[in-house]
Design a protein around this ligand. Structure first.
Ligand code: SF4
Ligand code: SF4
Length: 346
C-alpha cells in the first residue's frame, strides 16, 4: 500500500479526546513516570501518560496474563467446580513495536493446543494502541526483526512535530477513531518526516546481534557445550527477574488452595520462571535443571531455538528488559554474540 495512504494525521487535542473517550468504557493502562522512569499503570488522568519513550521496566503482559489468577472454584461437599474467567473492556496505550510482537507470540501460545479462555477472553476485550519509541543501550529489536510492526494493534501512533500520524490496524481501531475524534489524510511532508525519524532510529542502536536472526536457532543448537554457560551461570543469582520482566515468558504453576473449611477452594495459576531453582523439581526430589548454568542455558535456548521449532519465530523480541533488570548484568545480546563468535571459530 502507498505509505502515505496508510497514515492519518491526528492532532494532539484529538489524541486527548480519543483517550478520554476510551476512559469512559474501558480500564485504560499506559506508561507513566515513576521514580523518573516509564512504568505501566492504570490511567485516570490523560496528563499522566508519557509516551514515545524507552521501554518500561516491566512488560504489559500482566494485563492479559496476571501474575496470579483464579482459574476455577470448587466445592467438594457437592462435587461442583465452576470455571472463573475475569475479563473487562480495557485498553493498553503505549505498547512499543517489540512488545506488540511479544503479544502476538503470547496470542499464539495461549491459542495453541487447548485454547486458554482466561487469556483469550481478556485479549479479545483489549484495545491495543501502539506508539513509537527510542532505543536505549539494551534494546536490540532491529536485530531480531521487531523494530517495525504491521499487525497486532488496533491503532499505532508515530509522533511528528505537528502531532501524530496514526495507522489503523483493525476495524475496531478505525471505529474508535471515528467515534471519539477526527483525523485527516497525512501530508507527504509529514510522512517524509516519519521516514527520516525511522532511519535515524535504525542507525542509533548501541546493541546489535552479530548474526542474522534466522541463523540464531542453528547457532544455539551448536552451543550446548559452550564454556559460556558455566561462566555466565556462575554469576547468575537464579532470581527469576529476567523471566518476570520478559514479554514472552509465559510459564506458570498451578496450585489448589483449600480454604479452612477443608471443602471449598480455588485453583490458581501463578507466574513461574525457568531460572528459579525449583522450576524443574519433580516428585521424589529430582531436579532436572538444578544448576544455574543449566537453567540459564535453558532460558536462552527457549528464546532463540526451542520455541522457534514449534512456532517458527524467535521468542526474544529484543526489548532488552532481562538485561536491563539483571543485578549481575547478564546481557542476553552479549551472551548471544559470544555464542555467535564461538560458532564462527568452530
Ligand atoms: S540472569 Fe540475572 S535476572 Fe536472570 S536469574 Fe540470573 S541473575 Fe536473575
Ligand atoms: S529475552 Fe530479554 S530481551 Fe528478549 S524479549 Fe525477553 S526480556 Fe526482552
Amino acid at each position: 500500500m502507498d505509505k502515505q495512504k496508510q497514515y492519518r494525521f491526528l492532532a494532539r487535542p484529538a489524541f486527548k479526546a480519543l483517550v478520554k473517550g476510551l476512559m469512559k468504557g474501558h480500564k485504560v493502562y499506559g506508561t507513566v513516570k515513576k521514580d523518573g522512569l516509564p512504568a505501566w499503570s492504570e490511567i485516570s488522568e490523560f496528563e499522566d501518560l508519557i509516551l514515545f519513550q524507552t521501554p518500561a521496566h516491566l512488560s504489559a503482559k500482566e494485563f492479559l496474563f496476571p501474575p496470579r489468577e483464579t482459574l476455577l472454584k470448587f466445592d467438594i461437599t457437592n462435587n461442583t467446580c465452576e470455571a472463573v474467567v475475569v475479563a473487562e473492556d480495557q485498553a493498553i496505550i503505549g505498547l512499543h513495536s517489540c512488545d506488540i510482537h511479544g503479544l502476538s507470540l503470547m496470542d499464539r501460545v495461549f491459542s495453541y493446543g487447548a485454547p486458554d479462555p482466561n487469556y483469550l477472553e481478556k485479549r479479545k476485550r483489549t484495545v491495543i494502541i501502539g506508539t513509537d519509541c527510542f532505543p536505549d543501550a539494551y534494546c536490540f529489536c532491529a536485530s531480531v526483526g521487531t523494530m517495525d510492526v504491521e499487525e497486532g494493534f488496533d491503532l499505532f501512533l508515530h509522533e511528528v512535530k505537528s502531532g501524530f500520524l496514526v495507522r489503523v490496524g483493525t476495524e475496531r481501531g478505525g471505529k474508535l477513531l471515528r467515534k471519539f475524534t477526527n483525523t485527516r489524510a497525512a501530508s507527504a511532508k509529514e510522512v517524509k518526516e516519519l521516514q527520516e525519524q525511522r532511519s535515524k532510529k535504525e542507525s542509533s542502536f548501541v546493541t546489535t546481534l552479530d548474526a542474522p536472526a534466522e541463523d540464531l536457532p542453528g547457532i544455539y543448537a551448536k552451543s550446548n557445550d559452550s564454556p559460556v554457560w558455566d561462566k555466565t551461570g556462575s554469576i547468575c543469582y537464579g532470581c527469576g527477574s529476567c523471566n518476570t520482566v520478559c514479554p514472552t515468558c509465559y510459564c506458570f504453576d498451578i496450585k489448589d488452595e483449600v480454604k479452612a473449611d477443608l471443602t471449598t477452594g480455588e485453583r490458581v495459576r501463578v507466574w513461574d520462571g525457568c531460572t528459579l531453582e525449583d522450576f524443574a523439581l519433580v516428585a521424589g526430589g529430582h531436579n532436572f535443571r538444578k544448576g544455574r548454568s543449566e537453567r540459564l542455558k535453558h532460558r536462552f535456548n527457549r528464546k532463540f531455538r526451542y520455541l522457534s521449532d514449534r512456532f517458527s519465530a524467535l521468542f526474544c523480541v529484543g526489548c532488552g528488559r532481562c538485561s536491563r533488570t539483571c543485578l549481575v548484568k547478564i546481557n542476553i545480546a552479549g551472551v548471544t554474540n559470544e555464542l555467535i563468535r564461538e560458532s564462527r571459530e568452530k
